[in-house]
Design a binder for this molecule. Structure first.
Ligand SMILES: Cc1cc2nc3c(=O)[nH]c(=O)nc-3n(C[C@H](O)[C@H](O)[C@H](O)COP(=O)(O)OP(=O)(O)OC[C@H]3O[C@@H](n4cnc5c(N)ncnc54)[C@H](O)[C@@H]3O)c2cc1C
Length: 510
């Protein structure tokens, strides 16, 4: 690991930040937001605004022994995980703490494939450097637990081959992935990446929820330009708002941005609350319309997940995040197993699989003008025939893993051969049991809401960098690529500004 520095200045005092100006304002101190803010602070002044509190000192976040507990100890406004139930009726959640969903997730770390990187048009060398920057700071090689070794054998027994040992790459077969839990069981969230920031250039504001974006009122009607953000205290009144602004450099037309990194639910929600989105929908909430961008809230996808419990009854085991994965059938299915708490004294052992490339998609709309409330989201799980067919096939694979000799022998349960016989049975099972794998994405997708540089179409000084921009969930699991994306986009912006200022000074010189 690289030597770790200190965390930069962190405050929850909204008055300290209110009225101040910064070169960049990053909204959401989550998986992508922290590496992005840290990188931008190398050259520019940055305000990072996070609605939740600090992960430090919180065992539910940091201690692997309590993995999964944050998902069962939730409340409406302050818990580190915020529950939401999609309009499909599936329970889900998102991070609400510095570190974002990297503070509540399984910590499994695996990069995107080369094909994915090429298809989205990223610079391969910069992607490699950005992954390495993240990995040297927060990623460890796990020591397999006995149960994870059993899952590994079960995946092989079910034919998910070849065996690839430990690898951070997204490769077909069975492998051990990286982890943001270190060998002592301490989680390293994206917040740890703030230790790489230039402390003189960054302010981290916690417990402040961004309500909307402020636009220049005197701008030319054909360009909407961003002036700053409006925010509230997360435990305060929605009427008591504070503002922070973007610096307007005097001798340059190149200036910074407000960058939304509030996640797949948060970023489209903030755009809608700011008047960017479908006109009719905004009218229902009396939100003054700024720009018609139909894609906001569209393309919401969640990878359908089917989980099979392999233990016959609840037990009281130590919770375990997944450390091994099976990447099967031409990358179509991802299979993992863990031990999850269902209450403070009971655990279950699911083997879970997801469809990697679902075609069904849904949308996100506002529920309320209170930015702390969840927006309403529907994913339309398995609505398309292709997804249902893929799900039925996935159930066959899952059953082979769950009923493998490795699993049944380890758990001491009787070997069962009663696999679901008919496709109809499997399809029914899918419809009745579909869950989330927590890899939901979309809402501000590239090509529809943001361009290839992650700039919001039609608005000057506004970008989105997080999971809302994805058309598909990258790699085995998305966290690695979101951490990478924060660093990657930060470097791209620094380079863009460098090129701009050097071309500006060349033009200026006699
Ligand atoms: C339970 C669970 C388990 C998972 N397991 C894994 C895994 O093992 N491996 C893996 O690769 N992926 C996993 N994932 C998925 C992965 O964690 C997420 O896809 C990823 O972290 C999302 O990153 P993000 O930057 O898009 O959003 P987030 O990390 O969620 O960051 C968004 C941040 O914005 C803040 N925010 C939102 N709205 C506002 C606002 N209005 N004002 C201020 N701040 C705001 C939030 O509090 C949050 O901190 C899991 C996810 C969950 C929920």
């Amino acid at each position: 690991s690289e030597p770790q520095g200190e965390l930069p200045y962190v405050t929850s005092d909204v008055k300290e930040v209110g009225g101040k100006s910064f070169d960049y304002i990053v909204v959401g101190g989550g998986t992508a937001g922290c590496p992005l803010a840290a990188t931008l602070s190398e050259k520019f002044s940055v305000l990072l605004v996070e609605r939740g509190g600090s992960p430090y000192g919180n065992p539910l976040v940091l201690d692997k022994r309590f993995y999964g507990f944050s998902l069962i100890q939730t409340d409406e406004f302050s818990s580190v995980a915020q529950d939401f139930i999609s309009a499909d009726g599936v329970r889900n959640c998102r991070g609400r703490v510095l570190g974002g969903s990297s503070a509540i997730n399984g910590g499994f770390y695996s990069r995107a494939s080369k094909d994915f990187v090429n298809s989205v048009g990223w610079d391969e060398e910069l992607v490699k450097d950005a992954y390495a920057w993240v990995e040297s700071r927060i990623v460890s090689t796990p020591e397999l637990t006995p149960w994870q070794t059993v899952v590994e054998f079960a995946l092989l027994e079910a034919g998910i081959l070849p065996y690839n040992g430990f690898s951070l790459e997204h490769i077909e077969g069975t492998k051990i992935g990286g982890s943001i839990f270190d060998i002592w069981g301490t989680r390293h969230t994206s917040a740890d990446l703030l230790k790489a920031a230039n402390p003189k250039n960054i302010v981290v504001l916690l417990n402040a929820t961004v309500k909307s974006i402020i636009f220049h009122s005197n701008g030319n009607a054909s360009t909407t330009a961003v002036h700053g953000i409006r925010f509230i205290k997360s435990d305060g009144s929605t009427d008591q708002t504070y503002e922070a602004y973007l610096n307007q450099p005097k001798n340059s037309t190149s200036s910074g941005d407000v960058i939304l990194s509030a996640g797949a639910l948060g970023s489209p929600q903030i755009l809608l609350l700011s008047g960017i989105g479908p006109h009719k929908h905004l009218k229902n909430f009396n939100i003054p319309h700024v720009l018609s961008l139909k894609g906001v809230g569209k393309g919401m996808k969640d990878n359908p997940c089917i989980a099979v419990l392999v233990d016959t009854d609840p037990q009281s085991r130590q919770p375990e995040p997944p450390q091994v994965t099976g990447i099967a059938k031409d990358f179509k299915y991802i299979v993992e197993g863990g031990i999850i708490p269902t209450s403070f004294n009971a655990t279950r052992m699911p083997i879970a699989a997801k469809i990697a490339f679902p075609v069904s998609e849904g949308k996100l709309t506002l529920n309320s003008t209170d930015p702390r409330q969840n927006p309403s989201v529907k994913f339309n799980y398995l609505a398309e025939e292709k997804d249902l067919e893929d799900c039925a096939n996935m159930v066959s694979l899952l059953e082979r893993v769950a009923k493998s000799q490795s699993v049944t022998f380890y758990l001491g349960v009787k070997h069962q051969n009663n696999l679901m016989a008919s496709t109809d049975e499997q399809r029914k099972f899918c419809k009745e049991n579909v869950k989330t794998y927590f890899h939901y994405h979309g809402g501000c997708t590239v090509g529809s809401v943001v361009d290839d540089d992650y700039k919001v179409y039609g608005v000057k000084g506004l970008r989105v960098v997080d999971g809302s921009t994805f058309l598909e969930s990258p790699g085995t699991n998305p966290m690695a690529t979101l951490l990478m994306l924060g660093r990657y986009q930060g470097i791209k912006i620094l380079r863009e500004r460098e090129n701009f200022s050097s071309s500006f000074s060349t033009q200026q010189s006699p």
